[in-house]
Design a binder for this molecule. Sequence first.
Ligand code: IPE
Length: 271
Amino acid sequence: MWVRKLSRKLIVLKLGGSVVTRKEKPFTANLPAIRRLAKEISDAKLSQLMIVHGGGSFGHPLAKQYAIKEGYRGDPTQLFGFSKTRQAMMTLNKLVVDALIQRNISVVAVSPSSFIVTKSGRIATMTDEPLKKLLQTGFVPVLYGDAVLDFDLGFTILSGDQLAAYLAVQFSAEQIVMGIDVDGVFTADPRVEESASLIRHCTLQELKKMHTRIVDTSSTDVTGGMLGKLIELTPAIEKGISAFIVNASKPKNVYKALRGESVTGTLIQKT
Ligand code: IPE
């Protein structure tokens, strides 16, 4: 059985869609990666943990096809698209949760759209009692980026990044660990510029100066890539919650990050 020890402070772990799915292949989960990460999470034996995963090739193509993020324009096919997007995310969530249960972790799947409503894309209302109670009882809630209802837009896409940062603030987390498919934040695009180097540590102020230089190329990502990630993390970092961006596609990185061991990545702190 999974034992709880180590820090009593909450860690919010976001697993990027590009890690848990094969981003270029629609509706294809990366099961070896999901299973490996489930083992790493189990081995880390955290006392307080919340997991949020992204949409990858389950969420983004449908969200894009039906323009879910842009909101409801009165086109009934969009309603059907909303249903399909939600269902695809629940399918992916089940695969992630199944793998965690295989590792004896007491996880509970929680659908963001059932307790969160956004306003122009930002979380506006959230019933936090069930999540709070889950954490207090010793469960590991597993959430995901989702298609949600929106007061202004009718509906939209809530990214796992916005959700992870919001939950971290709401439940006074110590750290957000962002597991993505690159080593962290670079000074330039490493695929284009040879001189690009990994930023291992930076403050919020340094991060803000870099915003204009951070690029992202993914065409199916409806929720904003690396720059979007950093912007979403900012309010949490401002509240003193550190963000650690690591490459979750590389074995042991998430384990080490969760354990507070030294690992290659970008650590962003308030000061
Ligand atoms: C997107 O969540 C969810 C949907 C498109 C339904 P994220 O924005 O967190 O997903 P990734 O991590 O970028 O794939």
